[in-house]
Design a protein around this ligand. Sequence first.
Ligand code: O2Y
Ligand code: MN
Length: 597
Amino acid sequence: MPSKLAALNRWVDDVAKRTRPDHVHWCDGSQAEYDQLVDAMLKTGDLIELNQQTHPRCYLHRSDPQDVARVEQLTVICSKNKDDAGPNNIWMDPAEAHAKIDALFEGCMAGRTLYVIPYCMGPLGSPLSRCGVEITDSPYVVANMRIMTRMGTAAQERIEREGTFIKALHSIGELDPERRWIMHFPEELTIKSFGSGYGGNALLGKKCHALRIGSYQARIEGWLAEHMLIVGIENPRHEIRYVAAAFPSACGKTNLSMLIPPEGYQRDGWKVWTVGDDICWMRPGKDGRLYAINPEAGYFGVAPGTSKKTNPNALAMLQHDTIFTNVAVTADNQPWWEGLDDRKPVKDWQGRDYDPANGPAAHPNSRFTVRANQCPSWSPEAESDQGVPIDAIVFGGRRGSVVPLVFEARDWTHGVLIGASMASETTAAATDVGVPIRRDPMAMKPFCGYNYGDYFAHWLSFDQPGAKLPKVYQVNWFRKSSDGKFLWPGFGDNMRVLEWMLKRVAGDAGAIETPIGNLPSADDLNLDGLHLSDGALDELFRVDSAEWRAEEAAVGEYLASYGSHIPDALLAEHQRVVAALDAETDVSAMPRRAAAS
Ligand code: O2Y
Ligand code: MN
């Protein structure tokens, strides 16, 4: 229904004049509306029914084969000043960008329906939530937005009360990679996306709003919009402490967010609660702690590799009411992907008869879209208006060498340096020799909507008198032995590392101080029931000062590439770590002193 907010109606009218749709539909977010969209898409072939006995209300969407992932090279930040976008972004002058993309939108919805999707990122009543309106000509986007966000009448009412919203304009255009742009205008709180119907390019509440525009808004308003999962860890005394964790892709983020503790832990009463799998908005509360919400209401997770062994919770939630994109299908029409089980698919992600010569059956970036509360570990706190208090922030990456299993920052400033130094291998190679490393501070490289130097300064600014900030950790589940084998089992056993962190928060666990941060000793970690290979523990925690001097030299060069935007306090902290490493002359004998808790 057209809005009580004149500015919203005016924007919809202006867009309709430019794009010339046959119909305009204001989405109310109801089940009936969703069902009608699904029926229509089944008729057009946009959706394909999967086996309704085994997977009730599950459907398959096959995207254009040239439209299967986010496109970083076509994703631009259009701030007035180039310097405000920073070297971490591709910048385009706003006037030039509008002209370029508006020309593409001209008449692009002829013969189509223009859908108006009012949505709220975060619980509808939360002061931490922010709203937007996506206009799209893709019914697939509408269906996905209904799963991923709080969408429809209630969101529209909040927008009308607040009088403000992010303008997110999308058209699939002709799905032509040559006529494709994902543009952000932070100062205008506007997103324009053309030519892709896939994931982060098209579901504009996710990466475009909740991270790129969100990070810009967060800086102005004094909060943090982060690429982090949120989990609650319940101990045997039924106390739940919350952890936020940032990982680049291919580091097991979804699995960690839905972790099932090892058997011994389960027997003792430990449990993991999933608040969010991808994005976290955090703001200091009156008590000085950081409170976090998951702005999303669903998961757009990567399917390959998801199995009963790697993520039983995810597998359970995908049995019904799920939209699959670009997966393969079995002979009895069930969704299938590499790593799921031993069955053989009959059709690949493009609908061709499966032939291994054509590559994987499911596209490596094939996805599921599913409502968050379908996950068995879903936390009802995900609906909390005030959010959950965060006790620990974790930065992770995939590093075959150098980086130990876990270490703790000395303080907040050191924690920000650790986040700013994050790097990950770009390929899952058997050995780490010559594997390219991509610097990905706070796992925000593709998502920070402004200059990384200013972003680090914003992070540092939370260290105020009275602040009770989380402890900060770096983890690396991927360290390898000299013969290329992973040293740490990962998955459920990562619980052991989380337990140590939370015991540190409570002042109940020891640590050893080194120049790079505080590490657990073997006695500080619960290793009961874990069978590591000989020497694995020593290697997992080995801190080689020569390797770390080289690492910090690379970090120094990286920080310098942000020029005058890098805060002096961060450079000073980096110098402190470098000096501490330089003071170590004996590579094999890094000092291991007891650290304060
Ligand atoms: O390729 C896409 O559009 C999906 S990217 C994505 C989806 C869900 C969660 N995270 C990501 C990511 O790239 O970080
Ligand atoms: Mn992500």
